[in-house]
Design a protein around this ligand. Structure first.
Ligand SMILES: *[C@@H]1O[C@H](CO)[C@@H](O)[C@H](O)[C@H]1NC(C)=O
Ligand SMILES: *[C@@H]1O[C@H](CO)[C@@H](O)[C@H](O)[C@H]1NC(C)=O
Length: 528
């Protein structure tokens, strides 16, 4: 359950955004400023071995203004105030350590002294409006405190095993690919105009929901839930404050209630018997732990949103950047022919793409997927420090102290854009980085994991990563092989990580799409 949404990076960026809209928050903000004032003069508790505190340019409220103006990239701006591999943001008496180099990030993600679990345990029940009884599912004990229980880790491992390479992931992968194939088959020889981002977003959202929850998923039964999932995601942060949600996040509350009701009906109807093993296993465990149907239906709202909102930007990034480069597009079409089988059937011609084989037999496609992850999947990994710990930055040898109780933030868009790390070519989309001999590979041709953490890292590695990969490869291959696409002003290459936080890409509003000439009559299929 790694929280991967770019929107849930730091509470600060949206908090300030809210303040301009809700006057009630002004009062709260005034209070915060007082707290900040008090803290500004009280940094006595800061150990010299902790990352240095960077002071905002405008005293007291500078960090708020900074996050408001620059979003997550404010963390990049502040990095230049120190030569350390990390710095401290001190706001309202709370410290957040921002880790900024590949080496130290790697150490932090691997550290057993840091964990995301307390953050989830405290935030998720508030955000989802769960009953008190559901607390123990997250390791919250009867006193309301996180007791370091392994409950969350066990849940995640269970989910991860159920979606490991093999039948566990192939079935949902197939189900999702079928939805994409159907959407591609709906085009014909005539140009049709689509908002490409929204088209792919909706297709992948439905595909992922069907993959996890089966062909009778709540989304399949009511397509308006697709939009709701995205609206819920946009409102997650406000919901997570757990403060007067009906007033502060009414849209969030409305979508959460609507989607969770649909899940409740789904679980009551018996239609869950068509769901993936991963979901069935999770629900069985939740029931064993006496979590009520209302509560686990609410948890599924979070699960389905995490599963979709991170896959879509990567898939769009990959396809958009391929379409912007006709040489690359031609090379991929050629490469994909090796996994394409065309056969005549009584119902007409069928073209089947073997995505299971493409993973190994189409290195260029696979490299495009990895490059798309680099620019399109840049989660901000948040951790709580469980006990004082000193980590060493391997590049500078500097020892850095992280103190118990504070928060660590690893903004991976920083790592994915580090010019020094990516050989001066961090800005552009270039799959060759991930091909053997490329800058992202070591002497054995294996991809270096430091500085490339699209799925988070350490114990919190995203359990759905194999499914996401299958979905992205399948939708990429289908669009490339089956369709001709033309953007109004040509496709532009775009690096999402550069303006971190912006999810909606540019130049895709009016894209003309049709079947590739010569392939008008085939039915496209995917084999996993
Ligand atoms: C279960 O699925 C069937 C077939 O899609 C559908 O007609 C029915 O309404 C579903 N039941 C519920 C309660 O969602
Ligand atoms: C939600 O996702 C987690 C993994 O992140 C999984 O363990 C759990 O079973 C899923 N469903 C529920 C109701 O908890």
């Amino acid at each position: 359950m790694d929280i991967h949404t770019t929107s849930s990076s730091l509470p600060l960026d949206n908090l300030t955004g809210e303040a301009t809209r809700h006057s009630s928050v002004y009062v709260g903000l005034g209070f915060c400023v007082l707290l900040a004032l008090w803290h500004y003069f009280d940094v006595s508790g800061h150990d010299p071995r902790e990352p240095p505190i960077v002071k905002p340019s405008i005293p007291l409220i500078g960090h708020f203004v900074g996050f408001y103006r620059y979003g997550v990239s404010y963390m990049d701006r502040m990095r230049h105030h120190t030569s350390w591999p990390a710095y401290t943001l001190s706001v309202m008496g709370h410290k957040t350590y921002v880790v900024t180099t590949p080496g130290l990030s790697h150490a932090a993600l691997k550290s057993k002294s840091m964990s995301m679990e307390p953050l989830i345990a405290y935030v998720a029940p508030k955000m989802l409006g769960l009953s008190k009884d559901a607390g123990h599912h997250f390791g919250i004990d009867h006193t309301g405190f996180y007791n370091g229980s392994p409950a969350l880790r066990e849940r995640r491992e269970e989910f991860g095993h159920a979606l490991a390479p093999g039948p566990g992931v192939n079935l949902p992968g197939q189900m999702c690919s079928d939805v994409v194939a159907e959407a591609v088959n709906a085009f014909d020889a005539e140009w049709a105009t689509r908002d490409f981002y929204q088209w792919l977003r909706d297709v992948i959202t439905l595909g992922t929901a069907n993959g996890l929850y089966g062909p009778r998923s709540p989304v399949a039964l009511d397509k308006s839930i697709i939009e709701d999932i995205w609206t819920f995601d946009e409102n997650q942060l406000r919901l997570s404050w757990g403060f007067l949600p009906n007033l502060i996040a009414p849209t969030g509350v409305r979508t959460l209630n609507k989607i969770s009701k649909a899940f409740e009906q789904f679980f009551q109807s018996g239609n869950e018997s068509f769901a993936s093993d991963a979901v069935k296993l999770g629900i069985t465990t939740a029931r064993k732990m006496d979590v009520s149907i209302e509560d686990y239906s609410r948890i599924e709202v979070f699960n389905v949103s995490v599963a979709t909102v991170n896959t879509v930007p990567t898939a769009v990034a990959m396809i958009q950047n391929i379409l912007a480069n006709s040489n690359l597009l031609q090379a991929l079409r050629k490469e994909l022919e090796s996994v394409l089988t065309v056969k005549e059937t009584p119902d007409g011609r069928q073209a089947e793409l073997d995505i299971g084989r493409a993973e190994t037999e189409c290195p260029l496609l696979h490299a495009c997927y990895q490059e798309a992850l680099r620019i399109g999947s840049t989660p901000t990994c948040n951790r709580a420090v469980l006990e004082d710990v000193v980590l060493t930055d391997p590049d500078t040898g500097r020892e850095v102290l992280f103190k118990k109780g504070w928060r660590v933030s690893i903004p991976t868009f920083l790592l994915h854009n580090r010019d020094t790390f990516w050989g001066g070519d961090a800005e552009t989309f270039g799959p060759e980085k991930f091909l053997p001999g490329g800058i992202a590979t070591d002497s054995k041709g294996k991809v270096k994991t430091q500085g490339f953490v699209p799925y988070g890292g350490g114990a919190h590695l995203c359990p759905g990563r194999h499914l996401a990969k299958m979905e992205i490869l399948a939708s990429g291959a289908l669009v490339i092989m089956a369709l001709d696409c033309e953007a109004e002003n040509g496709f532009v290459t775009q690096n999402y990580a550069l303006n971190a936080g912006a999810k909606k890409p540019i130049g895709l509003d009016n894209v003309k799409m049709r079947r590739r000439p010569g392939w008008e009559d085939v039915e496209w299929k995917v084999k996993i």
